[in-house]
Design a protein around this ligand. Structure first.
Ligand SMILES: C[S@@+](CC[C@H](N)C(=O)[O-])C[C@H]1O[C@@H](n2cnc3c(N)ncnc32)[C@H](O)[C@@H]1O
Length: 458
């Protein structure tokens, strides 16, 4: 059959793919359609035609699937975030668990996938501890503050509500947008390199109740620093910040991009805590642009599971590869002889060293660089290796090196079931056995999944 872009097709959605799109079948090919759920009978317009798959845009739901629910947020149709709100939380969890099982079966060739029941997030709303909002002049030439609509890089929609960070976020956004409007401030325009306001980032200590607000501006001077502090500390409608920063972000074609931070109010950092199951607490001093897991309570659950599955003893040397700011290794340090953390990002490694100092942890060492290159040059062989790579997973060279150094246990933390299954296949076809796979839901209302795997040497 000769298919054409723009053609309307009638299909039934049978599954959800990783990435959140619904899957149906047409002309013996798989069709991916965003914003659909299993059971939906829809009319969709073809947008991409490939030999073995099609993509289509939903035009009309002819019969909604039984599991479809009304999204909670009024911005659902325009916003790029929270794309799974049309499923209730129980169904979101089922979808995620199935996704992990299927990836391990189809990509990893595992017949027994050892997948445990996914650990749910007890607070599936208001769980984020960081969000960034953007200023834009939009087409009406008025200043707006909010999030980008799906597929837009510059324009934003005015945010009236958002259920991901604290409940007063809508009020805070309104307050700052009105302030910018009253002072006649302009949003920064990338194309003309003019205008002042770029972004507003709100970070929260979910354990400590602290809040850091960072206003990022362009090269132009922000003349209202005192008024801005008064605005944020004087309103009875919002939780007051414990820190306020202005960050000057200067970027110009052909010149190096620079960031200059000024702490105009309160503490120079946000303090957050992570609680270990043995009643120990770890503290973190987080600067405006430092990485920290965005769901504090679920991060604790994730790390406590890594600790339990690691079965670390006081004679064990533990490699914490892709360690970021060191949180996983610091969680494990009280059980180990030595933690050796590696990350490509020099700032993250500096942060990890400071985090170790802050928590009086003296058996953790860190080195910046590529994980494979750094450990290839080391003579000590680790007893346990913890890996938490980015979505792309491990390189073949690193997989092969892990097979060579033969740690007795590998704990693989992954945010991508596809690359995880690919890497586990290499490790388990050779020296390792897959013992346990534990999905954890870090990001309710989105399709993202976090997975912890325990591998034992054979
Ligand atoms: C998923 S994050 C890990 C975060 C960290 N484990 C945590 O829980 O906070 C992945 C990390 O891999 C690092 N990274 C990316 N490529 C790398 C490489 N080739 N070698 C070492 N680290 C790398 C990134 O800088 C990032 O910090």
């Amino acid at each position: 059959m000769q298919l054409k872009k723009g053609e309307l097709i009638s299909i039934e959605i049978t599954k959800i793919a990783f990435g959140g799109a619904g899957i149906g079948h047409y002309d013996n090919r798989v069709v991916f359609v965003e914003n659909t759920v299993p059971g939906d009978k829809i009319l969709a317009k073809l947008t991409k035609i490939k030999q073995n798959f099609l993509e289509a845009k939903m035009e009309e739901i002819q019969t909604p699937g039984d599991i479809r629910i009304k999204p909670r947020c009024k911005h659902f149709n325009e916003c790029g975030g929270c794309s799974m709100q049309y499923l209730d939380y129980k169904n979101q969890l089922e979808f995620k668990e199935l996704q992990v099982k299927e990836s391990l079966e189809h990509i990893g060739n595992f017949s027994d996938t050892h997948v445990k029941k996914i650990i749910e997030c007890k607070t599936p709303w208001h769980y984020r501890n960081k969000m960034e909002f953007t200023f834009s002049m939009n087409k009406d030439n008025k200043i707006h503050l909010g999030l980008h609509p799906k597929g837009y890089r510059y324009d934003v929609f005015d945010l009236k509500e958002c259920y991901l960070e604290s409940e007063d976020i809508g009020e805070l956004i309104k307050l700052v947008q009105n302030f910018a409007d009253e002072k006649n401030l302009k949003a920064y325009n990338f194309k003309t390199n003019s205008g002042l306001l770029r972004t507003l980032t709100v970070r929260e200590g979910k354990r400590t109740g602290e809040r850091l607000i960072n206003l990022t501006t362009s090269h132009e001077e922000f003349e209202y620093k005192n008024d801005f502090v008064k605005l944020l500390t004087g309103s009875s409608h919002i939780q007051h910040p414990t820190s306020i920063y202005i960050t000057k972000h200067i970027s110009k074609k052909g010149a190096k991009t620079t960031f200059t931070r000024e702490n105009i109010y309160g503490k120079p950092y946000l303090t957050e805590e992570l609680h270990i199951n043995n009643n120990q607490k770890l503290s973190f001093h987080i600067l405006p642009d430092a990485f920290f897991q965005t769901n504090t309570f679920q991060a604790e659950i994730l790390y406590n599971h890594v600790l339990a599955l690691g079965e670390i003893s006081h004679t064990d040397t533990v490699y914490d590869l892709f360690c970021g700011t060191g949180t996983i290794g610091l969680f494990c340090a009280h059980k180990a002889k030595l933690i050796f953390g590696v990350d490509l990002n020099k700032n993250a490694i500096e942060n990890a060293k400071q985090n170790a100092l802050l928590n009086n942890i003296s058996n953790a060492e860190y080195q910046a660089g590529d994980a494979f290159k750094i450990i290839e040059g080391r003579e000590d062989n680790p007893d346990i290796v913890i890996i938490d790579p980015p979505r792309a997973g491990l390189t073949e060279a690193l997989c092969n090196h892990l097979l060579k150094i033969k740690a007795k246990r590998i704990i693989y933390v992954s945010c991508n079931p596809g690359t995880l299954a690919r890497d586990l296949k290499i490790l388990c076809e050779n020296k390792y056995s897959l013992k346990e796979v534990q999905p954890v839901d870090m990001f309710p209302q989105t399709y993202h999944i976090e997975i912890i795997c325990k591998l034992e040497i054979r």
